[in-house]
Design a protein around this ligand. Sequence first.
Ligand code: CP
Length: 312
Amino acid sequence: MDLGYHRKDLLGLEDLTPNEIQFFLDTARSFKEILERPQRKVPTFRGKTVLSLFFEPSTRTRMSFELAAKRLSADTVSVAKATSSVKKGETLLDTMKNMEAMKVDVIILRHESPGAAHFLARHTEASVINAGDGPHEHPTQALLDLFTVREKLGTLEGIKLAIVGDILHSRVARSNLFGFTKMGAEVMLVGPPPLVPKSFERYGARISHSVDEALEWADVVMALRIQKERLGESFFGSDREYRRFFGITKERVQKVNRQFVLMHPGPVNWHVELDPEVVDLLDTVILEQVTNGVAIRMAILYALLARGGTSS
Ligand code: CP
């Protein structure tokens, strides 16, 4: 397999070229074929070590990276904030230096501070993957979303994607905006005015505050979780009020009476951004996104491990 990605780290999609994104999508397609075989493991990276360093909770990203590394025969180590010496006051840099001293090749970092992965990458020879840095970027989520839409619709060029929710605090929205526009898609950002600033227009996005308009327009609708942990009380009144104005509800979907692909990065706040009934009314790919997360993360680990980025 040719390497179409030559950087040490994967920190965001803002700086990636369409060719680099294409490389990850094509490589993930090959890995997805391997994952569908009875023997899902390849011996490619025996002896390499992948470290997951998660300072914020995660189910999908953490588990799919771990599975991806195991499918490539790499060793995996996992450190969570709650059970690490960070709780005793150890800094991120000291934590990383100690991990590096134990010879790791790739560090996967989720952290509440924007730029944390960039900071780590500057201070280690190991490859660093940004698994979500506060509200900044979540590049591996966007790559799996791009992969899922390309698989579903056959192309990314010219498709219309509406991202609905708390855009301001969403690393998923930012990375998807960068990724989809680079690959030739049109992106509409939809939500309450305080959560969808007009400044996003400079990245080529349309802005709307009407979910009905979005459902009429889009080929693909991505609902986002309202991030209560990052929001103050001032943005909107209540879950019920949010659902009334911006929820993808059964009534709205029945009224619009057209099919589109429904995505959500998870975790879902049912009865807030999404009604459970709409899952069966639409072309829903929420669990396909999760399946594809393993293949795309295998592709990312493949690119970084094969280029030989290592501290050992
Ligand atoms: N989509 C996503 O990042 O999910 P987790 O927070 O469970 O990793």
